[in-house]
Design a protein around this ligand. Sequence first.
Ligand code: FAD
Length: 515
Amino acid sequence: MSKQPATPTATAGPGEVPMHLFRKAVEQAALAISITDARANILYSNSAFQRITGYGQDEVVGHNESILSYRVTPKLVYETLWAQIQRQRPWNGLLVNKRKDGSRYLADVTITPVVGEEGDTTHYLGMHRDVTEVHRLERQVQNQKTLIESVVDAAQVAIVLLDEKERVVLDNQEYKKLIGDLGKEPALKLLAALREQMGEAFGKAHEKHRNIAAREVCIETTKKTSRWFSCAISWFEEHDVGADAFYEPLRRHYLLLTIQDISEIKRQQEALRINSLRALLSEQERIQGLRETLAGAVYQLEGPLNMLSAVANMMERRRDSGVDLPAASALEEAMQKSREALEKLRACIPNQSSEGMQPVDLNEVLVDVLKLTTASLLATGVVVEWSPSSGTTTINGHPAQLTNLFKQLVTNAIEAMNERRGGTRELRLTCTTRADHIEVLVEDSGPGIADDLRYEVFQPFFTTKGAAKQHLGLGLAMAQEVVNRHGGTIDIDPSHHTGCRVRVQLPLTTGGNHV
Ligand code: FAD
């Protein structure tokens, strides 16, 4: 075993390059280079070898390369290494090496057999570099990726990452659950819903990769039920890792969609809204009832008072012609008291609610009415057929009054159907947008209204129901008043003979509406 560096015996390299140049080049190379005999005993090592391992040439020549082994590299790796190089094939792999000072590093080693003229392996060329830092960074990235994936997976909101072609790159458990409910691919359905809701703004934000703050969208599930989601979009860009993009960076954009199921919150909000609406309407109904009752009472009392007034006038004329009528002054006094009582009664009539005019969507009003009357409809076994208008259904009006109007008509329909024993109970609610007005039909399969009562039913205190049912007969009168206030018309369709069809027409133009 020689401790001297081996000197290559050849006198010249290929072409014109002299042999000493090869030696110099190897000596000064940045990679740790060593040349061994066929049993891995070191014959030569360069200066980079010393820089990396800490061993100078005179310290390693004659020693086996195993001097560098930290002895944690599995035996199988060495066996593979040797099997490969003995077949005269180069081997490349990672070995845990130990420096002269005992510190460890990860070596990316390439061993190339040197084949002699006889065809046998005479030497090995070993080249290696310290890749500890590269490995540390790779592992760090891997750890971070694992951490991010587990955080994303544990999140209570659904998260999905899409590439520029809207293909799913990454998703979490919550998102996978959505696939079961919404079918494939939930992200695309939600993006389509956002696109439809936001119109042009979505396209612009998408094109410029601008984030979109949380927006609420409604999606139909595979079971045909509606679910509400709050969706937010954020973008991030990634630099292409391909060699082509090394000097000319290419950016790839990714869309991160976070999805939160807010169906339960929405359901609670809606229940709260309907309950408040119910309370508001019943208060309005109470005030309206009071107004109508007092106004009716005043109207009813005015009749006999007018008659008494005529009698008083007559007595006055007779007294003027000399006839002594002592009752005349008593009558005059009684009438004065009656007028004062009537005025007091008039002053008690509560004011109409001061709800302002505002845009009201009649489709939405009718849906609210169905929600408000659900309990009665279910209790009476009424089958509802609801046909909303596909056109514009927004008019300028008083939302609560309009809700009350249609609630009254639906309640009338339910009561009418309830009066008849047996037979089908069907309520058809239709909203249609015409050229200059919106038409709402409320049809029921009840006994209907006789032709001669078609106008009378709108009179205050008119009722087809017995007194035992304690009906004031103010419902349709109130409905008529609300329709008038909105510049519309209400009538009972005479051509409809299988039950009752109430037709309400409300003008579309704001100018046509009255306060
Ligand atoms: P060893 O007893 O040396 O060998 C372990 C196994 O390797 C054996 O079971 C056997 O299967 C195989 N083996 C070993 N020597 C031979 C042989 N001469 N012929 C056939 N099979 C054999 N090792 C490192 O740890 N770090 C290095 O940087 C490194 N660089 C090398 C560079 C070159 C050019 C060569 C040829 C080898 C290099 N080695 C390196 C491998 C080294 O020679 C040892 O095989 C290895 O370190 C394991 O040493 P050991 O004492 O644990 O086991």
